[in-house]
Design a binder for this molecule. Structure first.
Ligand code: ATP
Length: 304
């Protein structure tokens, strides 16, 4: 079985459903509250694990009950948590989310312990990381840690995938050139390339520029239109799968986790993209983030 390392964030989503936002100084009763496990790193690890990958997680949790929730969730999914460490005196990453009746969202992100994942944590896991078929990264932890992980993967010839989310301009060209896979959505690609990306053709143009910089494979997710490949193997688009979308939160992470699971198994990019497009489409038919990710047997039924 292929082995994937996810180096990144975890968060606990604290979702309060409200009629309206309270004004300053006002106290309001809210009708409903829900908690869910999230964070881009954790979501991607969850999707890959649900599909049967052997997943090693490098992440930090805090000194609170949310840490227990996150660790229990990883363990339930069969994710290797030996490098998910508690940081004393610090809160876990949390995302207080307010969902209004008109379905508008207001979200706060408290990075908490995620900001403590350091280059030294990567070096400490060297033996286990060298055993992995793919390292998966996002941008919800310190940039210095992400760059260190890319350089580490490059030095040890371990394939490395960066999902440049949340969007950030000015990523180092030196590190971009060391990537095997860069998988942005359209707005992330626009920021990285400095070019407008409003359609598949503009996405292809911006992606070509990044391939010219040295990225081997750029895959752009295009929402309901599927995903686009530009890289050493040519150019193609995998069309989206038509579904009744109910909640697209976490679709990008579902795509990455599924892609990582399939590519690390057999190295076939096109087939891994086809699986990832279908898996993320399936995820948007359910509510929530990780709660909308199907396991392997539910996904097999969706494909039938
Ligand atoms: P998010 O931020 O919501 O997690 P994203 O902006 O990172 O998503 P998108 O490109 O919107 O990423 O979506 C990722 C993948 O999810 C797409 O490539 C597509 O396969 C699938 N997807 C998203 N929205 C839909 C939809 N409405 N119908 C079908 N598939 C969808």
């Amino acid at each position: 079985m292929s082995k994937i390392a996810v180096i990144g964030s975890n968060m606990v989503d604290l979702i309060t459903y409200i009629e309206r936002m309270p004004a300053q100084g006002e106290t309001l009763e809210a009708p409903r509250f829900a908690m869910g496990c999230g964070g881009k790193g954790a979501n991607q690890a969850a999707a890959a694990a649900l599909l049967g990958a052997d997943v090693l997680m490098l992440s930090k949790v805090g000194d609170d009950a949310f840490a227990d929730t996150t660790l229990a969730n990883f363990q339930r999914l069969g994710i290797d948590t030996r490098f998910v460490e508690r940081v004393p005196g610090v809160s876990s990453g949390v995302a207080p989310i307010f969902v209004q009746e008109n379905s508008h969202n207001s979200i706060l992100i408290v990075k908490g312990a995620n900001a403590h994942l350091s280059p030294a944590d990567i070096d400490r896991a060297e033996a286990q990381l060298r055993d992995c078929d793919l390292i998966v990264l996002q941008l919800e932890v310190e940039l210095a840690t992400v760059y260190h992980a890319i350089a580490f993967a490059h030095r040890h010839a371990i394939p490395v995938l960066l999902n440049p989310a949340p969007a950030l301009a000015g990523l180092s060209r030196e590190h971009l050139a060391q990537l095997d896979f860069l998988i942005p959505n359209e707005s992330e690609l626009a920021l990285i390339s400095g070019q407008p990306v409003t359609c598949a053709e503009e996405a292809a143009q911006a992606a070509r520029q990044l391939v010219a910089l040295g990225v081997r494979h750029v895959i752009v997710t295009l929402g309901e239109q599927g995903a686009l490949y530009v890289g050493n193997e040519g150019e193609w688009q995998v069309p989206g799968v038509k579904v009744q979308a109910r909640d697209t939160t976490g679709a990008g992470d579902a795509f990455i986790g599924c892609f990582a699971r399939h590519w690390s198994q057999d190295g076939n990019i096109r087939q891994a993209m086809q699986q990832a497009v279908a898996y993320s489409a399936c995820s948007v038919t359910g509510l929530g983030t990780q709660s909308s990710y199907p396991d392997a047997s539910t996904f097999a039924r969706f494909l039938d």
